[in-house]
Design a protein around this ligand. Structure first.
Ligand code: LLP
Length: 451
């Protein structure tokens, strides 16, 4: 069996039997840029952006697609999504800074987060960020006060908690009652927030938002969110006369990291949600607000591949074979955190039969540092190149320096050209924030205090 027969994905294999991404031989990428290396396929990112926009085009008159930067945010990524006509969702001063440094127009940025600091809110106000997505009553009060102090009038969208439980990993459920995110509808907190916002000339209420979770592989919860939000909007109109200009339904559209996960058919799902939102609003005789979707993973996840060099292989007879690579939970913490299941191949042996089942581990000092369990590979040897797929989202953005491993580089590939968009971290950078008090300086001539 070949990898192309085992995995349900399309591979481009060149005449050397090497995997190609974006027209680039990945073995050459590894030689040129080193490993571990994140490879981002520009055409795929662009195509995913367009799918959202075009799927909504036919079904909803007034819409906006906002890329959730937490999935993967660098300045180059900001440039890419800008070119594709998307807005940007940021959740911290750091993400906002990245976007502003990239020249991303502040007006097209939405600022999310359940605990934005005063400094972060001030940064947003000072830079004219388009919309503050308010997550709680305390934040609303703080924002009103800061707007008064700075003589600004921020546009506000209230994040609601629709009380919907989605079937995804519990760490990525966000719409249920027992969640740290959003203003509860059932407990009346959301309505209270609406009334406070409407009574405050310092802010301008635009509408409502919900994000029910991530890696959702079923369309029904999105429909349920439309039901809850539109019903709430109608109730607000009855009680206050306020008519929303924005209805934001969050992100969360799942992708397939392996052949057991059945991905949402993106185009159809997006169109279905747009159509349903329009129907519900029309049934309520509600003027159509601007519909906002906020995808992260589905834009960038399938566009990313991580390349690793195979190192030591440990064959434990009757137990299993551990194949270690030069990265691990530091560049992909999703396996340890969410038990995510990835697929990979030996990119330098694409035409060779799969002969051995191995467990791919990283190089961290943790038994939980496993990347893939029971992966069939083509006669693996040290020095081979392992490509792990669908690592574009929540990998680089969640990477750490555990064990003082430098974060990998990111290379953007398109039409046979490769361009570095994030440099590999250096050892110097690993210690650049360390401070060495004089009294702790290691002087070879002085003896240790304790022997
Ligand atoms: N909008 C809001 C308000 C969000 O909180 C998120 C993700 C998104 C949009 C984008 O969701 P996406 O389309 O990417 O599913 N680290 C986890 C995922 C956490 C998602 C957090 N919020 C993981 O690696 O699975």
């Amino acid at each position: 069996m070949l990898a192309s027969e085992v995995f349900e994905r399309k591979f481009t294999i060149n005449s050397s039997g090497h995997l190609e991404i974006g027209g680039c031989d990945v073995v050459e990428l590894a030689q040129d840029f080193g490993t571990p290396l994140y490879v981002l396929d520009e055409a795929k990112v662009r195509a995913n952006c367009r799918t959202y926009r075009e799927a909504l085009k036919g079904v909803y008159p007034n819409y906006e697609v906002v890329y959730a930067g937490k999935a993967f945010l660098t300045q180059a990524m900001c440039g890419l999504v800008y070119q594709e006509g998307l807005g940007l969702d940021v959740v911290s001063g750091g993400e906002l800074y990245t976007a502003l440094q990239a020249g991303f127009p502040a007006e097209r940025i939405n600022f999310h987060g359940n605990n934005k600091s005063r400094a972060e809110l001030l940064m947003a106000l000072k830079n004219g960020v388009g919309r503050i997505m308010v997550d709680g009553l305390m934040e609303l009060e703080t924002l009103i006060q800061l707007a008064r102090e700075t003589k600004t009038q921020p546009q506000v969208v209230l994040r609601l908690k629709p009380g919907i439980v989605v079937h995804t990993h519990s760490y990525t459920q966000t719409g249920q009652e027992d969640s740290k995110f959003g203003l509860g509808i059932k407990d009346g907190v959301a309505m209270k927030a609406v009334k406070i916002a409407l009574a405050s000339p310092q802010i301008k209420l635009l509408g409502f938002h919900a994000h029910i979770g991530s890696q959702i592989l079923d369309v029904a919860p999105f429909m349920a969110a439309v039901d809850v939000l539109t019903a709430f909007m109608a109730e607000v109109r009855t009680q206050t006369g306020f008519v929303a200009q924005k209805l934001a339904l969050g992100g969360g559209f799942g992708i397939a990291h392996n052949k057991r996960e059945k991905p949402l058919a993106l185009w159809e799902t997006v169109a279905q949600i747009g159509r349903y939102a329009r129907e519900r609003l029309t049934a309520l005789h509600y003027p159509l607000p601007r519909l906002v979707l906020e995808p992260g993973r589905s834009i960038v996840g399938p566009a990313g591949t991580t390349l690793y060099t195979v190192g030591n292989i440990k064959r434990i007879p009757g137990v299993r074979t551990y194949l270690a690579v030069d990265g691990g939970m530091t560049d992909n913490p999703r396996v340890a955190l969410y038990q995510a299941v990835y697929e990979g191949v030996l990119a330098n042996k694409m035409n060779e039969p799969l002969t051995e089942v191995v467990t791919v581990t990283g190089k961290c000092c943790e038994s939980g540092d496993t990347l893939i369990w029971d992966l069939p590979l083509a006669a693996p040897e040290p020095g081979d190149l392992l490509a792990v797929f669908d690592t574009g989202a929540y990998n680089y953005s969640m990477a750490s320096n555990y064990n003082r491993l430098p974060r990998p580089a990111v290379v953007l590939v398109a039409d046979g050209e490769a361009e570095l968009i994030v440099r590999r971290e250096t050892y110097e950078q690993l210690i650049q924030n360390d401070l060495m008090p004089e009294r702790l300086k290691v002087k070879p001539e002085t003896e240790p205090i304790a022997k």
